[in-house]
Design a protein around this ligand. Sequence first.
Ligand code: ZN
Length: 166
Amino acid sequence: MGQGKTPRFIVDSMLGRLARWLRILGFDTWYFRDIDDPELLKIHQETGRVLLTRDTRLVQCRGIGCHVLVHSDGWRDQLQEVFTALSLDLERDAMLTRCALCNLPLEDLGPDEAYGRIPDHVAASTSVFRECRSCRKVYWAGTHRKGMEEVVSMLLAEREDGRERS
Ligand SMILES: [Zn+2]
């Protein structure tokens, strides 16, 4: 956030794609497909994780802490809402350091260990790999690249607009 503290998130079950993209961008993001409101609220309160939800009733609960009530339907717009609401910065160093599926930090993986688990054209052109020790998914610089460039330019463009308006 503005003060340089990177928030950690807990995301409600309706916001799965948003959760995935927050992880790809490097944010520590908890997401549970089947979780009821009281449980979600409890985790939010006990961990101090910022709650991202579409549920207007939930944010009216007593004792609610830092949260963003997300209005948009599409995940790109949702991402934008969260960045704007919390004045988040894009941390390029943090991108692709976390598994999009498990949220675990990725570990370095030697090329020898990666070969056979990645497409041949990647093996021929890339030698830096990371893997998730939980789901064993292998990541490299090209993973999510197209979506990533789109998301990054969208978020940066919005930031510029914001400056011009203010
Ligand atoms: Zn994983």
